[in-house]
Design a protein around this ligand. Sequence first.
Ligand code: UD1
Length: 417
Amino acid sequence: MDKLKVNGPTTLSGEVMISKAKNAYLPLLAGCILASDKITFLEVPALRDIRTMHKLLEHLGMKIKEESIGTFSYHLDTLESHEAPYDLVKTMRASICVLGPLLGRFKKAKVSLPGGCAIGTRPIDLHLKNLEKMGAKITIEGGYVLAETEGLKGTKLTLDFPSVGATENLMMAAVLAEGETIIENAALEPEITDLGHFLQAMGADITGLDSKTIVIKGKPSMNGCTYTAIGDRIEAATYIIAGLMTGSEITVKGFKPEHIDAVIQKLSQMNAQMVVGKDFVKVIPSKLKASNIDTAPYPGFPTDVQAQILALATQAEGTSIITEHIFENRFMHVPELQRMGADITIKGNSAIVKGGAPLKGAPVMCTDLRASAALVLAGFCAEGVTEVQRIYHLDRGYEKLGKKFASLNATVTRVEE
Ligand code: UD1
């Protein structure tokens, strides 16, 4: 298994271009199942999760062609299988996004239950309950969700919690359903709006994007289109935090800062000096101060940036209390950061971080995608070499992370084993 060697302490400099968002492209890829004609996506990031979704779609019978670097075309004419097998789903929970489109267009789907994952149990009850309300018959058998319908029908759906994945699945199910679907308490994440814009480009009738009530009037078919996803706000936040915690001056480009408003506001409270443009953030060396952080659904502070800001809190003056409200087991980076010398105590779903304890390089292990990023960032602030093991987690969601940090003058070496 490959590992990353991170040399510290280091100061970064220069500019970095953010890739298009993995969490936008994954549901968009599932959405290609809905179209009768060819879909083309531009600037698709070279990531393991994208390759996993490609494998899943090819398994269903989709023809995928790389037209040029990062440009892919997708066409599903004849369904060869309606099954999302366990081997693919277990490595990537977002595979569940094929359920809604398969039911919508082909009226049947067999999708492995995602099961537990490193950051919690993550059930899919909200997806299933609401698809049933739309007329799907669902049973669970042998670890699989078996779903079929004589035709989905629009109705009023209310999510008990604004789940990102459930909102996406239901939107995709609704575009080919008969009549009007109203999704209340929908998630507000920018990736939901991006999916809405993509579905509109395919001919869907959707109103209420960017609000908690999304209304979709079903159509008989979806056409092809060419589309580019939004920039990756989580990747951007990761590089901004890397710049701040190393006292660097860097510019992070190619995304919309308004998509991480909660992160920028919190960093400002922590005394971070930044120039915020329309599509970039420039980070200026700052003396960081502690703050309390609570994760929440969008527009709140994203759970996907919790691990990175926790790493930053180790470098801020004072004590920060970081509370995780979205996933129940999302502090697995903490024992690894403790091994590097960080002063962190876990109490329930809060991490109490006393900033200023000197970090020392150590062998550490990646446990999930964002936790892994936090370890790399901590490595930049630690004395000596930090060996980050199991970096396949990073490969899932950070395009060319080693190369991008190297271009910012960090010494990051990938060791192939
Ligand atoms: C998506 C993101 C992930 C991010 C998360 C929260 C993708 C591919 N992944 O994940 O990076 O961390 O949003 O912003 O976009 N829940 C239920 N029942 C359900 C569905 C969810 O109880 O049917 C719970 C989950 O266990 C979790 C919370 O709701 O505690 C949030 O989950 P959800 O918003 O669905 O996250 P994902 O779509 O899985």
